[in-house]
Design a protein around this ligand. Structure first.
Ligand code: PLP
Length: 461
């Protein structure tokens, strides 16, 4: 490999004179003139925490560097995909190699097959898989298959669960809309909204009542396998219910009524564990066995390139065109660069990698809890496998209403103090914090140094 091919940016020049955010300010001003609110995805605008988002120039491992020369430990990881850290050399090499052989063919290519085989080998309920370009496309397409398979229209979703910006799924959709206190989205037709029923997360009585009344109209229940877009709110494993975990309860209730269960693992897939959240609460055999009918993936599966996927029972997936009547397509679906990035990521996601991620995650959880406790800031840390988030309130969060009851002002103060100290947190109190295999001890030390000051800032309300 020659010098100009190196994946890792040169180390920050210690004598460089950081421009104090001036270049990011200038870019944000230009951006707002030509891009709505200056961003291509709402949470990036820093609306709920205030201030100017740093414009990122480059990233390597656990670090981000902005155009002003400021360096941050990254706890966003592009919202999940960068599970091996940024510019992972094997992933970058794979993409470079693929790019040399052509950027897009619009015809079948080998990487699509290998990626589908990899997912199917990890996730029991997935017998057949189709690749798309985003998580949004994955959930949208899964709903279409469910409606076609059942001949029914109604979709049931949970308040606080986010499934991408699919019209039918934007009601009470968690982080993005929660951050901006929007009830849903304008521009969604009344008839679309009518076919979506929103239930409080974890509310078994409400699900039972809904199925008793309208079971024959329901095509599918869709749920995040473990909600992580209102902060992390794991499903009950049975201890608070009737001895049956919430996801299994949903599968059994839906199936009894001839409806389907779609578990959305766009965020949890290949992150919460090697087999996603299904590997935590679903991968059992015998009495407790249950399975979703369809599952959706994204984020990690593309290694940082735009990829989503949906899959599940072979008989359902066989409904897709051209073999079946459900139309679904994509000019760039199964793109060779994207599958190369995904495959090079999967190749490194072994038990060792998940152990490293789990270790970094628990260490960080403890550091944050200690700092907030020492400063007297009410908080709860919640987990789903290696995923976690921090709520700025003193009681456990089980529902979207609980999540919204946190002190977002305290979070904003905490966020800015961390940013000033060189730690880039998700700019919203309703998001998971993302670690990677690149979050080593040195990185965690940098976060540990930033925490006490930020916790004090949070306490000064
Ligand atoms: C991110 C996310 C989506 C949407 O994926 P995009 O690639 O942003 O369209 C869907 N579902 C869940 C659970 C997500 O976290």
């Amino acid at each position: 490999m020659t010098n100009d091919q190196t994946a890792v940016p040169a180390p920050l020049d210690p004598d460089a004179d950081p421009t104090d955010g001036a270049l990011s300010e200038e870019l944000f001003a230009r951006a707002r003139r030509v891009i709505p609110s200056g961003v291509n995805s709402p949470v990036r605008a820093f609306g709920s925490v205030g201030g100017t988002p740093p414009f990122i120039d480059s990233a390597a491992g656990a670090l981000l560097r902005d155009v002003d020369g400021r360096e941050y430990v990254d706890l966003v990881g592009s919202w999940g995909p960068m599970i091996l850290g940024h510019a992972n050399s094997l992933v970058v090499d794979a993409v470079r190699e693929a790019a040399g052989r052509g950027l897009s063919f619009g015809a079948p290519q080998p990487g699509e097959v290998t990626l589908a085989e990899e997912v199917i080998s990890r996730i029991g309920p997935v017998e057949s898989l189709r690749l798309v370009n985003s998580g949004t496309e994955a959930t949208m397409s899964a709903l279409r298959v469910a409606r076609a398979a059942t001949g029914r229209d109604v979709i049931v979703k949970f308040a606080g669960c986010y499934h991408g910006h699919v019209d039918a799924l934007l009601a009470e959709a968690g982080s993005g809309v929660a951050t901006f206190a929007m009830p849903g989205s304008a521009g969604v037709t009344a008839s679309t909204a009518r076919d979506t029923v929103v239930v409080p997360y974890g509310d078994r009585a409400a699900i039972r009542a809904l199925f008793a009344e309208r079971g024959h109209e329901i095509a599918a229940v869709i749920t995040e396998a473990a909600p992580a877009n209102m902060g992390v709110v794991p499903p009950s494993g049975g201890e608070r219910g009737d001895g049956v975990g919430f996801n299994r309860f949903l599968a059994e209730t839906a199936h009894a009524a001839g409806a389907l269960l779609i578990t959305d693992e766009v965020l949890t897939g290949f992150r919460a564990s090697r087999e996603g959240y299904y590997g935590i609460d679903g991968a059992v055999s015998g009495d407790g066995a249950w399975a979703p009918d369809l599952m959706t993936f994204g984020k990690v599966i593309g290694g940082g390139l735009p990829v989503g996927a949906f899959g599940g029972r072979a008989d359902l997936m066989a409904l897709l065109a051209p073999g079946g009547p459900v139309y679904q397509a994509g000019t760039l679906s199964g793109n060779p660069l994207a599958t190369a990035a995904g495959l090079a990521t999967f190749a490194q996601l072994d038990e060792h990698a998940y152990k490293a991620i789990g270790r970094a995650s628990s260490t960080l959880q403890q550091l944050v809890a200690d700092a907030l406790t020492a400063a007297g800031v009410p908080h709860v840390v919640q987990t789903a496998g290696t995923l976690f988030s921090v709520f700025f309130r003193d009681a456990p969060v089980r529902t979207y209403a609980d999540a919204k009851a946190q002190d977002t002002g305290a979070f904003a103060r905490f966020f800015h103090a961390m940013l000033d100290a060189g730690v880039y947190l998700p700019p919203s109190a309703f998001e998971a914090w993302f670690v990677s295999t690149a979050h080593d001890d040195e990185t965690l030390d940098r976060i540990a140094e930033a925490l006490p000051g930020a916790a004090k800032a949070a306490a000064q309300g």
